[in-house]
Design a protein around this ligand. Structure first.
Ligand code: NAD
Length: 468
């Protein structure tokens, strides 16, 4: 039996069987998690549907519960952090920050207004547009930020009056299950159910007749399967999918002044951020200076077990992803690219990869065209600004991008031309609960966060009162 439980109808539940969870720092199974049965999933959806009846009625109670949930998460950060590091690999300090960030998101939604708009008030009628909850939401999350990305869904969905069945990735289920146990102490039974299992469990969820909405964060490929699975029942979907973010440096940047920001934009969380810098475009004249500075920074990084306080970057999260990153880097090197630093896995057990800066790779090479989602960054020289904007946009992805210059107005004029959901100037991966986050093209459908994200967990209703 697993030491962490699912939460169904407010109760801690074991499953008929368990599955092993690997610690990516060792490559070995370190613990297990419940493997939710089909019958238990039915029970979870039933519990959510029953809880919806009362939960939707009292907005004040929902706000109070979300505030309490936020406080409990922050108070449990030191319990959740080590569980997250053991299964995800990220350094303990970053893992402990996740519950705090999640708490901040829940607090933001606890206080966010649910808009009502008067659209007509004349002698014929009084009409208002109001927001109604959808019902039960099926929420499915990936392995890179299990706690934060769950909060992006829990906060707005519950505030709007919906109830939820949440499923974390099979690679990182335990931190989310622990979060579910903690939140079950303050949320009414059935409002938030947490189940764990493999991808098959996700397929059962999307095909299930009870949920009216699927809120999904993960890969483009799975997002397309989910959109197709939702279609026969016209379930609402929000899809937060992959990215292949370009960062474009203009010719007036001072490489030394921006190296740290660029490095963190590409390598934080070991590059496993949907909106990390995945292609860096640099004017030819400063290309070598930028490469040298980034390579020196990357070479100085302490890579290791996330439980070691000295560790800056942990392992790649799972074996398939480790093999994918290794394969993309090997393919680039075989195609003529050079590694300014790194370029290969590190020796020993665990999924450790050297932080890698590549030069000489361009469009047509897989690591430039595809999402690497790992600690390897291609730096690409360019001559013409219009041409580089076109190259940055010539992709099926469109999550975010950035432009860098000592003249922010000049950078903003270029950033406006990027076809993506967030266009940053002189920064990358700056996110907040008030910012709608989503992708153009294959990077997603709909947005999360802010009033726009909240709206995605509602249906619009017109309340129309005739006046004679
Ligand atoms: P994934 O798509 O493999 O899995 C995500 C979740 O979907 C997991 O819980 C998995 O069990 C479940 N799942 C898999 N197949 C399913 C199916 N057919 N039906 C229902 N559920 C299914 O993604 P991943 O590898 O865990 O995450 C990495 C990807 O997530 C990257 O592409 C990254 O860019 C993306 N991502 C996007 C955002 C964003 O906000 N846009 C944030 C983080 C990660």
């Amino acid at each position: 039996m697993s030491d962490v439980s699912m939460i169904i109808g407010g109760e801690r539940r074991a499953a008929p069987s368990t599955f092993g969870v690997v610690n990516p720092a060792t490559g070995a199974v370190h613990a297990d998690a419940p493997d939710c049965s089909r019958q238990q999933l039915d029970e979870a959806f039933d519990a959510a549907a029953k809880a919806f009846v009362d939960w939707r009625k009292d907005e004040g109670a929902r706000r109070a519960a979300l505030r309490e949930a936020a406080a409990r998460l922050a108070a449990a950060a030191d319990r959740i952090g080590p569980v997250l590091t053991a299964e995800q690999g990220k350094p303990l300090k970053a893992a402990t920050m996740e519950p705090y960030a999640a708490s901040m998101w829940l607090k933001y939604f606890a206080d966010l207004e649910i808009g009502r708009e008067v659209i007509q008030d004349d002698k014929r009628a009084y009409a208002e547009v109001v927001r109604r909850p959808l019902g039960v939401v099926a929420a499915i999350t990936p392995w890179n930020f299990p706690i934060v990305l769950s909060a992006w869904k829990i906060g707005p969905a519950l505030l709007a009056g919906n109830t939820m069945v949440l499923k974390p990735s099979p690679y990182t289920p335990r931190s989310t299950l622990l979060m579910g146990e903690i939140l079950a102490e303050v949320l009414p039974p059935g409002v938030l159910n947490v189940v764990s299992g493999g991808d098959e469990l996700g397929r059962w969820m999307t095909a299930h007749p009870t949920p009216r909405k699927i809120s999904f964060t993960g890969s483009v490929a799975t997002g397309k399967h989910i959109a197709a699975a939702a279609a026969p029942d016209l379930k609402r979907v929000t899809l937060e999918l992959g990215g292949n973010d370009p960062a474009i440096l203009l010719d007036d940047v001072d490489p030394a002044a921006i190296t740290e920001k660029l490095f963190r934009g590409a390598f934080d969380n070991n590059g496993q951020i949907c909106s990390a810098i995945k292609r860096l475009y640099v004017p030819e004249a400063i290309h070598d200076d930028v490469v040298d500075a980034l390579a020196a920074r990357a070479a100085a990084v302490k890579v290791g077990d996330g439980m070691d306080p000295a560790t800056e970057l942990g392992p790649v999260q799972n074996r398939p992803q480790f093999e994918r990153v290794s394969g993309l880097v090997a393919d680039a090197l075989a195609s003529g690219a050079k590694a300014a630093t790194g370029g290969a896995p590190l020796d020993g057990p665990g999924y450790f990869f050297q932080p890698t800066i590549l030069t000489g790779a361009a469009e047509g090479t897989r690591i430039v065209d595809e999402e690497q989602f790992g600690p390897a960054l291609p730096v690409i020289a360019y001559r013409d600004l219009d041409d580089v904007v076109a190259r940055a946009n010539a992709t099926t992805f469109g999550l975010s991008g950035s432009v860098w210059s000592t003249d922010p107005d000049r950078a903003a004029a270029v950033a406006e031309q990027l076809e993506c959901g967030t266009a940053w100037v002189n920064t990358h991966v700056a996110l907040g609960p008030h910012q709608p986050f989503g992708g153009f093209k294959w990077s997603g459908l709909g947005v999360e966060n802010g009033p726009w994200g909240l709206a995605g967990f509602t249906e619009i209703q017109v309340q129309y009162r005739a006046k004679n």
